[in-house]
Design a protein around this ligand. Structure first.
Ligand code: SAH
Length: 214
């Protein structure tokens, strides 16, 4: 495990100030981002990029999301301690750690075997314990449903029915919808059959693809 120096802590504080200026007000979100050493999630050679507000490649053609995007999605989810949260797209595990840090019980699915294996090992070393699954996020996790919140961290062409059906009543699914550019879209379940839909601006994500690979 690399070290977390005063320099890293200083850069992290600046990153938190930056995303606060961009409109993030949820204290718990800002605290989690201020606490988690994002440079541990990138290869040592790219450490200096860890505290820029940018996405970054993590292998297998995937990226760790931009810190502002992580903060924005997490803030929209309005996480309460003990919330059962399903994440689609574990990737580096950074988003999952932010949710764990905020007291959520986190379940996360990754379709790339290599990323799943690498992240599973790394998070144990880091002492964060979301439950990680190798599988196709389009199907969700019926065995562990229903969830208070579901967060999708890849761009989906349409909203997966399986995910909607795995929400508790009162729960929220947050998903970037679209092909090249995605509209951040929330579905709040108001009854067995009804959902309130809202949109929250445009973002760019790597695509959500079907099935597992590797
Ligand atoms: N939340 C991640 C961001 C990863 S990028 C982080 O904090 O680092 C999106 C991830 O979604 C990629 O790792 C990609 O492999 C994964 N993904 C894409 N389609 C998927 C699917 N159908 N099921 C599960 N994961 C998927």
């Amino acid at each position: 495990m690399p070290s977390d120096t005063f320099k890293h802590k200083g850069l992290r504080k600046k990153l938190v100030d930056k995303i606060q200026l961009k409109g993030i007000t949820d204290k718990q979100v800002l605290e989690a981002i201020g606490k988690i050493p994002r440079h541990f999630f990138l290869d040592a050679a790219f450490e200096e990029f860890a505290y820029q507000d940018k996405p970054f490649p993590i292998g297998a053609g995937q990226t760790i999301s931009q810190p502002f995007t992580v903060a924005f999605q997490t803030q929209l989810l309005n996480i309460k301690k003990g919330d059962k949260v399903l994440e689609i797209g574990t990737g580096s595990g950074y988003q999952a750690c932010v949710l764990v840090e905020m007291g959520a019980k986190v379940f996360s699915i990754e379709r790339h075997k290599s990323l799943y294996t690498k992240t599973k090992q790394f998070l144990v070393e880091l002492n964060y314990f979301p439950r990680l699954f190798f599988g196709d996020g389009y199907k969700g996790l019926p065995t562990y449903a229903p969830f208070d919140k579901i967060i999708v961290t890849a761009g989906a062409p349409t909203v997966p029915e399986d995910l909607l059906s795995q929400l508790k009543i009162g729960g929220m699914l947050l998903i970037p919808l679209g092909e090249n550019v995605q509209t951040m879209t929330s579905y709040t379940r108001t009854s067995e059959k009804d959902y309130t839909v809202a949109t929250h601006g445009e973002f760019r994500f790597v695509p959500m693809l079907g099935d597992r690979i590797g």
